[in-house]
Design a protein around this ligand. Sequence first.
Ligand code: A2P
Length: 338
Amino acid sequence: KKVNVVIVGATGAVGVTIREILEERDFPVENLYLLASERSAGERVMFKGKSVRVENLADFDFSKADIGLFSAGGDISAEYAPKAAEAGCVVVDNTSHFRYDDDIPLVIAEVNPERIADYKNRGIIANPNCSTMQLLVALKPIQDDVGIEHINVCTYQAVSGSGHKAVEELASQTAELLNGRQATSKVYDKQIAFNVLPNIDAIQDNGYTKEEMKMVWETHKIFEDPSIGVSPTAVRVPVFYGHSEAVHIKTRVPLDAEQARFLLKNAEGVTVVDDMSKLDYATPVTHAGGKDDVFVSRIRQDVGMENGLAMWVVSDNVRKGAALNTVQIAEILVKNYL
Ligand code: A2P
């Protein structure tokens, strides 16, 4: 069975990767429509050996598509996702706009694929935030086996999570600074090259940033367990692709590092890279970039807490963190529902 697919935000960091992954995984595409703003309309890109024209989103008739993969920002999704759904095009949305609505399923392919059935509520499925995505893929086997009481997570997030312009900003600032010039900041409020910024998305009334609160809200929703304590700090670092996370958890019953490693080795979507005697540990540059899996390293007993486990979790934020999970959801939709 083949379906008509539309990518909204097709020229962006995530949209381009979605197109590549559709081709790579031989997704059953009948027709592919690529939408962006007026600025990009008329550009041509290759898909499966054919040249496809980028069209203006504002002019598109969504009844031509069965599945819409949205990645053009929250405001665009707010306006166009309901229109698409209304026209019979099931939307998989990468923005945070619909994520916290009770009747919108929030799905990680390896964690809660059964929730995809709820697409029937409003014709929209939400894709989680990139930081939540890799965290929960890694924690799912532990949650299933012994239960998790508390999660403490500090992120080291790549600039690609803020889109194409941020990737360019890190590159240009690095060049500026190495040439003895001043760094110009447009995307970030402070210099990102050779620096770290503990400020991702809007600050909230409780002193946390929205990126941090996304990890709290999304963990509760996806694990369907609001009793899990989540203490996050989200930090932008001068890395192009791949988010890292230092994760400390308290399990409900004891689980030693060896057992945790065993569970993770058998988990779907996880690769364990963990032999410090051989300096075997994952980093964004050496392991995660361009790869599908979530990489877990440094699995160890927490020295400061009973029932505590610590680990290092790395993943390509644009792939598993966004584009790949979107395509995986679409694959399950086609296979089981449409
Ligand atoms: P365009 O390239 O025409 O601006 P990124 O996350 O890398 O910044 O990409 C954002 C994506 O969303 C791009 O494909 C961009 O298209 C698209 N986009 C942004 N604003 C609009 C808009 N008003 N209408 C349609 N697409 C938009």
